[in-house]
Design a protein around this ligand. Structure first.
Ligand code: SF4
Length: 66
């Protein structure tokens, strides 16, 4: 039994997640100051603009999982 190969979107999503989890790209998503529950930055208590969410900001700090 064979499974279907991943779609281009699935491949892109996997690559993007890998780049984020290894801090190769910076984003609010992998910043220690990002509150995932309410999608806000704890430094300013606001939801960052989309461009900042995607690319991060100069205060980006890696979110270490411990
Ligand atoms: S990257 Fe900047 S704006 Fe985004 S959560 Fe971190 S400190 Fe806040």
């Amino acid at each position: 039994m064979s499974s279907n190969p991943p779609t281009q979107f699935e491949q892109h999503e996997l690559l993007h997640k890998e780049l984020l989890s290894n801090f190769i790209v910076h984003s609010c998503i992998n910043c220690d100051d990002f509150n995932e529950a309410n999608e806000t930055c704890s430094q300013v208590n606001q939801r960052p603009p989309a461009k900042i969410v995607v690319f991060g900001c100069p205060k980006w700090t890696p979110s270490i999982p411990f």
